[in-house]
Write a protein that binds this ligand. Sequence first.
Ligand code: 4AZ
Length: 307
Amino acid sequence: MKTMTTTFACISLISLCSFTVVAHAQSACKRVDDTSGPLPARSAQALQNATPEALAAFRQLSLDPPRGKIVDGHLTLIDNNPWQIAMIRAVVPEPTRSQFCGGSIIANDWILTAAHCVKNSVVREDPTRVEIIAGSSQYAIGGERLKVAAIHTHPRYNQATMDNDFALLRLQTPMTKGQIIALADAKTDLRDGTTMCVSGWGAISEGGPGAIDLLGAEVPIVSTPVCNAPASYNGDILPSMFCAGKKEGGVDSCQGDSGGPGSAVINGRTTLVGVVSWGEGCARRLKYGVYSRVSTAAEWIATTLGR
Ligand code: 4AZ
């Protein structure tokens, strides 16, 4: 039945067809087909509302469908990751949206992202230079576009070592879409081998194009001693970080996913444990994805939010 409706959607929406097939073929944190409701209808509506730029991107993707996604993830939906937001350049006006990082909703007017997403030539830690999109599976269309009132970069962020790669964005107005994710705290026991779900609109291969639809991937958390081995990061993994991925590579977050969520089910609760931070390339053998360890920032976050 599902395949039938998918096939109908393919007639007019070639690119979505290729995505849907991929989603069927993969196991995942929460795949697009885990979500109830008529996907073809939603997709058709999204395309009706799409900007010319978004439609051109869809067409391009249909000519060159992604094989690896996020890298080697699967199509997901904002409904499955409602805390995910996209960071876009404020200087580029609607209908164009220029996405460069992800983030997570941790309160109705606060986003947790990576420090390197705000301390760069695009944002320069200036809240007027960044806006966020909440509540859309396709950052380029739909959802709500919100302005940022203040940026708080972690006071011990170190650009050279990527230590404490965290930043908080306070929004000018609360979000009306999206959902808050629970934060890991100092007591959170993050065991090696735990499956983490990472999502974003970042590159679908190292140096490759970004994704139009939100993609997610499952990556196992790797111990710091393993990740600090000479063939991996040779001691560069600090206590404010952890690694996730497979020894053989192949699945990973990548450029543009930065700042976005790494979530895991801890004691039955979906919890934000990591922030996409860095890595040597994407999905390379032994070069795991590196994430900021949210539990180490819990106090700073609580203090900054004033609660
Ligand atoms: C980046 O350049 C980046 N493989 C983000 C994540 C990873 C690598 C690079 C992890 O923003």
